[in-house]
Design a protein around this ligand. Structure first.
Ligand code: NAI
Length: 256
């Protein structure tokens, strides 16, 4: 799979699934623009991209800010000349059972995951339309199917699936494909956030919960960032030219 001469924006690319995706794309020739708020980790990922022989830039962006997103998309255009790929990966968790779910926890999770994906897609597709080519890959979650203590997050991730399908219909005739991955339990820093807030969603023993997840998973393990990056990379490539509006679960299990 070659991304030679391609330019990819990866939101939340400083670490975890986003960093694994940035490196996977860079390894296959893509130039990478990372949009993230974690400046030090983003700089490390850009360094790794450059060590792979590709070009990388970091833009300090809060994806909930239209101004910051638009400015960074414009800078990506002026630095690299085009935008072929947008990976809408930035996300956060703020887990609480419904009685304790504050408006702040609702708003911030909806804003980063859902509104952030909308703002980045809206801004990048303008340039993709002019090019008559683009690949947008959203990052949903297994949580879209319903999860205790995550009414904010599962609403955002289900919303991303709706956004994916609607945008695929709207943008298909411009040569733009829009698809999503929906990861299951992936070992990243976010899993540590999840562990720290497990009690907020009624999980007393997170390690026992993880063990029972693994035991009931057909592949018998949690996922790695690279498992997700591999599928994102396919959807971002021209090998997926006739695939659009799809959600691929990367969860080691069938989703019914
Ligand atoms: P992570 O917490 O390791 O990485 C998330 C990245 O997003 C970080 O670099 C963070 O700085 C960045 N970010 C957060 N808020 C931002 C904002 N407002 N603007 C710009 N960047 C921001 O998480 P992980 O696990 O790599 O998650 C990546 C995506 O995958 C997220 O959308 C997450 O919801 C999704 N996901 C993760 C799963 C998991 O088990 N780890 C499962 C299902 C989905």
């Amino acid at each position: 799979m070659s991304f030679h001469d391609s330019v990819a924006i990866v939101t939340g690319g400083a670490r975890g699934i986003g960093a694994a995706t940035a490196l996977k794309l860079a390894r296959n020739g893509a130039k990478i623009a990372i949009f993230d708020m974690n400046n030090s980790m983003a700089a490390e990922t850009v360094e790794k991209v450059r060590n792979l022989g590709s070009d990388g830039r970091f833009f300090s962006v809060d994806v909930t800010s239209r101004e910051q997103v638009e400015e960074a998309v414009e800078k990506t255009m002026s630095e690299f000349g085009k935008i072929d790929i947008l990976i809408n990966n930035a996300g956060v968790l703020k887990d609480y059972l419904i009685d304790d779910m504050t408006e702040e926890a609702w708003d911030s999770v909806i804003n980063v995951n859902l509104k952030g994906s909308f703002l980045c897609a809206q801004s990048a597709q303008k340039y993709m339309k002019k090019q008559q080519y683009g690949k947008i890959v959203m990052v949903s979650s297994l949580a879209a199917t319903g999860t205790k203590g995550r009414v904010n997050y599962s609403s955002a991730k289900a919303g991303i699936q709706g956004m994916t399908k609607s945008l695929s219909i709207e943008l298909g005739s411009f040569g733009i494909n829009v698809n999503a991955v929906a990861p299951g339990f992936i070992d990243t820093e976010m899993s540590n956030v999840s562990k720290a807030s497990a009690k907020n969603r009624g999980i007393k023993d997170f390690d026992a919960f993880k063990k029972s997840f693994i035991n009931s998973n057909p592949i018998q393990r949690v996922g790695r960032p690279e498992d997700v990056a591999n599928v994102i990379s396919f959807l971002a490539s021209s090998e997926a030219d006739y695939v659009t509006g799809q959600v691929i679960y990367v969860s080691g299990s069938p989703v019914t």
